[in-house]
Design a protein. Structure first.
Length: 400
């Protein structure tokens, strides 16, 4: 629906420009433009990008009629269809949830996108080589501390990316530097605990000693309940009492210890030491805290001891980037397809086309160069121009 409204607005803009440009006093008759968007087919009655089509090498083109077909490899037909359904769904659903679901699929299936791989293979070597050249040419790099090297590396990455002819709107750092050596390193974790549970666990895994207090209304409560159900976290009375005491305020500790001490404690450590010896401590704790609100993460079982969560986190960052590029490029191709169809009945008012590049510091040299060209009425510049391209096409009317 949003896409259709956008097309109508653009069409009305064309009409307004044509009418305003009139040089005579006579009122020019308003043209009637019918905006049409192809329906039916494999996009659920929306823009028809074509059915999922198998390639000779076993890949799947999920949008064969698009201006930028995308080929997914290493997955079954069912998974390719599910991805297409997610990408083709324009309305009703939360786009953020769609993105998360796509990230889950990419992370677990370890799929490859042919067009992304082609881009990476072409431009990554030059990018990495440029960074190494900048390191060697920098006297500061040779003596810099760890933190200073991180700061310098940020600058080197920007400089290296700026030398590339083609750059996705999201940049290249994650795409070129975060690809895991072993794409299957997280498969067993996902199979046993589920993607969502592991994602939450990794977010908090640096704080295994912490007791998390999650009231019923807390936005993360359901996530921690799922962790407890999966065995990745302890809940309530399962948590050692000395750990629970650590989360209480000094005021609550003194309240619990009042029957056990003649004076108030000034330090939490001393109060905890006394309370830890109380035979009815669990009952006492129930007076000041709801056990159901308490959660404490568990270490991963020994079978996963060899898995480095930092590597898993980096692999998922890469999966998220792949999902983002697939989603963005698919959407831009779908928009372009609808744009071509939508202006088919306005051809008598159009004399050409121009490419609109965003023009900020994320716009690559290739897009800027193409945007400087003029396109005739018969030479519609199909966008996106590359993976992660943000360029759109605008009509040039006869009255401009």
């Amino acid at each position: 629906m949003a896409l259709l409204i956008l097309l109508i607005v653009v069409a009305l803009f064309v009409i307004a420009v044509a009418v305003a440009a009139s040089d005579n006093a006579k009122r020019r008759p308003k043209p009637s433009l019918e905006i049409r968007v192809e329906s039916g087919g494999s996009d659920g009655g929306k823009v028809n990008t074509g059915p999922v089509t198998q390639t000779s090498d076993g890949g799947w083109i999920i949008n064969p009629q698009s201006t930028f077909p995308l080929t997914l490899q290493g997955i079954e037909r069912e998974t390719a269809g599910k991805i297409k359904d997610l990408l083709a769904d324009d309305g009703g659903q939360n786009p953020y949830r769609h993105r998360l679901e796509l990230e889950r699929i990419v992370a677990r299936s370890n799929l490859r996108c042919k067009e992304i791989d082609e881009y990476t293979n072409k431009f990554r070597p030059a990018y990495l080589q440029k960074i190494e050249e900048l390191k060697k040419a920098s006297p500061e790099w040779q003596t810099a501390s760890g933190k200073d090297k991180e700061d310098l590396l940020f600058e080197f990455r920007q400089q290296a990316a700026s030398t590339l002819e083609v750059v996705p709107h999201s940049g290249v750092e994650i795409l070129f530097e975060s690809e895991p050596e072993d794409a299957a390193l997280d498969d067993q974790l996902i199979d046993k605990y589920g993607y969502d549970n592991i994602q939450v666990y990794m977010r908090c895994a640096t704080k295994l000693d912490k007791v998390w207090v999650m009231p019923a209304e807390h936005r993360d409560r359901k996530e921690f309940e799922a962790l407890a159900a999966s065995g990745l976290a302890l809940r309530g009375e399962q948590i050692p009492t000395d750990s629970i005491l650590e989360v209480l305020s000094l005021k609550d500790l003194n309240r619990l210890a009042a029957p056990l001490s003649q004076s108030e404690f000034k330090r939490k450590a001393k109060a905890i030491e006394v309370l830890a010896k109380a035979p009815d401590l669990t009952k006492r704790l129930g007076e000041v805290i709801a056990f159901r609100e308490l959660f404490k993460l568990q270490p991963l079982p020994p079978e996963f001891a060899s898995i480095e969560l930092t590597k898993v986190a980096k692999a998922w960052e890469y999966a998220g980037e792949i999902a983002s590029l697939i989603e963005h490029t698919y959407s831009m191709g779908k928009y372009s397809l609808a744009h071509i169809s939508g202006f088919s009945d306005a051809s008598s008012f159009i004399r050409g086309w121009e490419l609109s590049a965003i023009g900020d510091d994320r716009t690559c040299s290739h897009c800027k160069r193409v945007a400087a060209k003029k396109f005739s009425k018969q030479n519609y510049p199909k966008t996106p121009l590359h993976i992660g391209c943000r360029c759109t096409v605008l009509p040039v009317t006869k009255y401009e």
